[in-house]
Write a protein that binds this ligand. Structure first.
Ligand SMILES: Nc1ncnc2c1ncn2[C@@H]1O[C@H](COP(=O)(O)OP(=O)(O)OP(=O)(O)O)[C@@H](O)[C@H]1O
Ligand SMILES: [Mg+2]
Length: 313
């Protein structure tokens, strides 16, 4: 019993410490954010000890954009991407998603993160679950959580209404679905996504029995199952055997063509050139140069970018 409680106690302590630290630190004034930006970072800074990985970056990403991030190893590309959905806490600065400040502890970060799909280099599928369970896990979990929240709220209303005069009784929130419906809908959606990538026959297979390319495509549709507003990809093809890179890039390209907003850290320069609407070159904790692919690859201005391209192209 004691063991079961320990992680919860630790988690609460962690949140309390974080809040105390947050309260103590002098906060930078929040600048008004651009209503047209889907994601906006203001003065984003990330430090690990004395190492400054992101150095006062301010940037906006609008709906429909396909932003490719390129740069040498260790330049902070992954850190930048992880700061966008606050998987990494910025040391300083703010991250806004649809106008919500994700660094504000009052904002429900889990709720906001649901709309930001993330795909990692190493797939990060749950190996103890089938493909179908991997895809339905988050939508079912979130759906049931929302359902329980509505039911709890209605129960509170019911109890409070017992003590209210009839004209002051509060209305119940509508319960529009059931647990069975949530699960059936998630399964139907997952099967639709699997059919789309031609892997419907793998629904009951375990990830370990699939190729790297298949696993990564499943990781992508798992993120899509949450109906995200933006997809964040961190080198989605760099752990793949060369012959599997194409199928994953093809899927990402399709999503891009359908209008999905995406931020993609990549070493695939040909892909960035073809798919991106804007390319950011990062080095030394800063975005050193950015622009449309034709400019970045065709007429780079920054010396470090020229040097980088001469090595990778
Ligand atoms: N949790 C951490 N603790 C300490 N240092 C870290 C941590 N995460 C990243 N770093 C350091 O931050 C720097 C930037 O790392 P990051 O992973 O963002 O680079 P990157 O541009 O994605 O590189 P790559 O192309 O190799 O993936 C590196 O020097 C790295 O060692
Ligand atoms: Mg990286």
């Amino acid at each position: 019993m004691k063991d079961a409680k320990t992680p919860v106690v630790e988690e609460k302590k962690e949140i309390k410490d974080k809040k105390a630290k947050f309260a103590k630190t002098e906060k930078r004034p929040v600048e008004p954010c651009d209503p047209d930006a889907l994601i906006e970072v203001q003065h984003l800074t990330k430090q690990y000890g004395n190492l400054i990985v992101l150095n006062d970056i301010s940037e906006k990403i609008c709906s429909g954009e396909k932003v490719a991030i390129i740069g040498p190893s260790g330049s902070g590309k992954s850190t930048f991407l992880r700061c966008l959905n606050v998987l990494e806490d910025p040391t300083d600065g703010y991250v806004f998603f649809e106008g919500n400040n994700l660094c504000d502890l009052k904002v429900d970060i889990n709720y906001q993160r649901r709309r930001m799909g993330m795909v990692f280099q190493q797939f990060n599928l749950f190996n103890n679950m089938t493909v179908l369970q991997n895809i339905t896990f988050a939508p079912v979990h979130v759906g049931l959580q929302d359902l329980r929240r509505v039911k709890r709220r209605n129960l509170r209303t019911k109890i409070a209404n017992l003590f209210r005069k009839s004209e002051k009784k509060e209305a119940f929130l509508p319960v529009q679905t059931s647990a069975q419906e949530i699960k059936a809908e998630a399964k139907e959606n997952a099967m639709r996504l699997l059919r789309r990538i031609g892997l419907a026959d793998k629904a009951s297979a375990y990830p370990s029995t699939l190729s790297g390319g298949q696993r990564q495509r499943i990781a992508i549709v798992r993120a899509l199952a949450m109906n995200p507003k933006v997809m964040l990809f961190d080198e989605p093809t760099s752990a793949l055997d060369p012959e599997m890179v194409g199928e994953v890039l093809e899927l990402i390209k399709e999503l891009a063509e359908e209008g999905m907003t995406m931020v993609i850290v990549t070493h695939e320069m040909g892909f960035a050139r073809e798919v991106a609407t804007r390319v950011l070159f990062m080095d030394g904790g800063k975005i050193q140069e950015q622009g449309p692919p034709e400019q970045i690859f065709g007429a780079p201005q920054n010396e470090r970018l020229q040097d980088f391209l001469s090595k990778v192209l």
